[in-house]
Ligand binder design. Structure first.
Ligand code: UN1
Length: 506
C-alpha cells in the first residue's frame, strides 16, 4: 500500500471532501509513489478559511520573529536535504545532483528571506510642512494562492512561499499534479519550524478543480503562478476580473550565442548543461544555439560528439547524465516537435529518437537531440520543454542578436565571447530578464531577481531583493506633530511666499 495524502490545513493533514484520488508516479520506472486526494472547490474553501485564521496570527508577529521561524524551516530542510533530493529525483526525474541542487536552492532562499525579516525597508522622506514626518511601511497583502509547476517541485514553491511568509501572508499552495509528493514533504518539513496553524496550506488537484476556485476565492489577495503561457493567460484574466495582483512566470526560448572569438570548449560545456540538464525541462533551458558561421562546423561537431555520449537512464543512478521527461504526454509532444523539425527541413545533428527498449521500457525517455534549423521555423521559436536544441547559423553579431530577440519569450540568454565590448553591448541588447556572459542560460542564483520580459511574464520578479514586492502593499504614512491643522499643497504655498518675502524675494 502506498501512502495517501488529503489536504493540509490548520497545520495538519485532513481528509479531503471528495473520495477521489490520483496517483503520482516515477517517470523513470512507472512505479506509483503515493496517492493524493483530488481536491475540489469545497477543499479550497476549507483551505482558504484556514489561511484566513492563520493570517490573523502571522501578520501580527514582528517580521524579524517571522524570520526566525523561516530560519528554522531552512534548517529543517537542511536536515531533510538528502531525503527530499532523492524524492525530487524519483518523482520529477531530474538527476540526483540536480535534485540536491534544487533542495539547496530552497534552503538558501529560506535563509535569505529569514534575513529579509530584519530589512523590509521602507523610505523616510522630508515633509513639505514643518513638524511633520513621512515614511512608508510594507504590509502583507493577506492570504495568497500559489500554483506551481512540476519541473522545480520544491524550489519554485520555496521561492513563492519564502517571500510570502516573510511578508506576513498566509498561503494556499496548489502543486502540479505530476509532483504533489515533493510539495507535500516540503510542506511537512518546513512545518517543523512551528508556523502557527493555518499559515501554510496545501490542496492537491487539477487546475480546473483547485486552481480556478483558488484564484476566484474572495479572500485570496494575490496569485503567484509559474507555468505555460496559455494557462498563464487564463490565470491573469481570472485575476484581472477580481482586480487582484497576479504574478506570472511563463515560458522561455532561451538562446546561447557563440561568437567567433569564443572559448569553444567552455561553450560546449555550457550548452550541454543548459540544453540537456533537467532533460531540457527548465524555463531557463538553452533551447537555441546561435552560432557565428566561422565556428559553426567546429562547435556543432564538438557538441554532437558529446551529446551522443550522454548517458540517459534512471536518474537515481549517479552515473546517469540525463533522466526521462515528466510523462507520456510530454514525451509525445517533444517527439512531435522533433518530427516537425524534420519536416521543416531541419537536419538532425544528434539524437532524434525515442528510447523504448530494455531499461527504457517503463519510463519516458528521449535521446538528447540537436537539430540544425533556420530562424523562424517552429522548432526555433516555440517552447518545446524537452531535450531538443535548435542550432542556427548566423553571419555576424548583429544577426545573432536579432535572431536571439526574434521570439515571443525573454527569460534567459547567454553569449560566449572574449570581447568585453561585445559582452557589454549584449547585456543591453538581448531582450531577456537574465543574461549570462560566458555561462549557460540556467542556474540563476536566488539573491538576484528572477523573471522575464515579453510573453515570459507581466514584468514582476521573483527571488532576489524584489521578492517581497509581490506579497506586500506599500503604505505611505504622514505623522503630523505640529499640534495644528496643516494643509499640504495649500499651506505649503503660503509658507513659500512668506519665506521668499522674508529673504527679500531673491
Ligand atoms: C524554472 O525553470 O522555472 O535558473 C526555474 C535556473 C533555476 C531555476 C529555473 N535556478 O535554471
Amino acid at each position: 500500500m502506498v501512502k495517501e495524502f488529503g489536504i493540509f490545513i490548520d497545520g495538519k493533514w485532513n481528509d479531503a471532501s471528495g473520495k477521489e484520488f490520483f496517483e503520482t508516479v516515477n517517470p523513470a520506472t512507472g512505479e506509483v509513489l503515493a496517492r493524493f486526494a483530488r481536491g475540489n472547490a469545497a477543499d479550497v474553501d476549507r483551505a482558504v478559511a484556514s489561511a484566513v485564521r492563520g493570517y490573523r496570527v502571522w501578520k501580527e508577529m514582528p517580521a524579524p520573529m517571522r524570520g526566525e521561524v523561516l530560519l528554522r524551516a531552512a534548517l529543517a530542510l537542511e536536515r531533510g536535504k538528502e531525503e527530499l533530493a532523492s524524492l525530487v529525483t524519483r518523482e520529477m526525474g531530474k538527476i540526483l545532483s540536480e535534485g540536491r541542487g534544487e533542495v539547496q536552492e530552497a534552503i538558501d532562499f529560506f535563509k535569505y528571506m529569514a534575513g529579509e525579516g530584519r530589512r523590509m525597508f521602507g523610505e523616510t522622506t522630508p515633509s513639505e510642512l514643518p513638524d511633520k514626518f513621512n515614511l512608508t511601511v510594507r504590509l502583507p497583502k493577506g492570504p495568497v494562492g500559489m500554483i506551481t509547476p512540476w519541473n522545480f517541485p520544491v524550489s519554485i514553491p520555496s521561492w513563492k512561499m519564502g517571500a510570502a511568509l516573510i511578508s506576513g501572508c498566509s498561503v494556499v499552495l496548489k502543486p502540479a499534479t505530476d509532483t504533489p509528493y515533493c510539495a507535500a514533504r516540503f510542506v511537512e518539513m518546513i512545518s517543523e519550524a512551528g508556523f502557527p496553524p493555518g499559515v501554510i496550506n496545501l490542496v492537491p488537484g487539477t487546475g480546473a478543480e483547485v486552481g480556478s476556485p483558488l484564484i476566484n476565492h474572495p479572500s485570496i489577495r494575490a496569485i503567484s503562478f509559474t507555468g505555460g503561457v496559455a494557462t498563464g493567460r487564463e490565470v491573469y484574466t481570472a485575476g484581472a476580473r477580481r482586480l487582484i495582483q497576479v504574478h506570472l512566470e511563463l515560458g522561455g526560448k532561451n538562446p546561447v550565442i557563440v561568437m567567433d572569438d569564443a572559448n569553444l570548449d567552455l561553450a560546449v560545456e555550457g550548452v550541454l548543461f543548459g540544453a540537456f540538464g533537467t532533460s531540457g525541462q527548465r524555463c531557463t533551458a538553452t533551447s537555441r544555439l546561435i552560432v557565428h558561421e566561422s565556428v559553426f562546423g567546429k562547435i556543432t561537431e564538438m557538441l554532437a560528439a558529446r551529446v551522443e555520449k550522454l548517458r540517459v537512464g534512471n536518474p537515481s543512478d549517479e552515473s546517469v547524465d540525463m533522466g526521462p521527461v515528466i510523462n507520456r504526454k510530454a514525451k509525445e509532444s517533444i517527439m512531435g516537435y522533433i518530427d516537425i523539425g524534420r519536416k521543416e527541413d531541419g537536419h538532425v545533428i544528434a539524437g532524434g529518437g525515442s528510447l523504448e527498449d530494455g531499461e527504457y521500457a517503463r519510463g519516458n525517455y528521449i535521446q538528447p537531440t540537436m537539430i540544425e534549423t533556420r530562424h523562424g521555423s517552429r522548432i526555433s521559436t516555440e517552447e518545446i520543454f524537452g531535450p531538443v536544441l535548435s542550432v542556427i547559423k548566423v553571419k555576424d553579431y548583429a544577426e545573432a542578436v536579432s535572431v536571439a530577440n526574434g521570439v515571443q519569450y525573454g527569460l534567459s540568454s547567454a553569449i560566449y565571447t572574449m570581447d568585453v565590448n561585445r559582452a557589454f553591448q549584449a547585456i543591453r541588447q538581448l531582450e531577456s530578464g537574465i543574461t549570462y556572459i560566458n555561462a549557460p542560460t540556467i542556474g540563476a542564483e536566488i539573491h538576484l531577481p528572477f523573471g522575464g520580459v515579453k510573453n515570459t511574464g507581466t514584468g514582476g520578479r521573483e527571488a532576489g531583493s524584489s521578492a517581497i514586492e509581490e506579497f506586500t502593499e506599500l503604505k505611505s504614512v504622514f505623522i503630523d506633530y505640529s499640534d495644528r491643522l496643516q494643509k499640504a499643497q495649500i499651506d505649503t504655498e503660503s509658507r513659500l511666499k512668506e519665506t521668499m518675502s522674508e529673504s527679500g524675494g531673491a
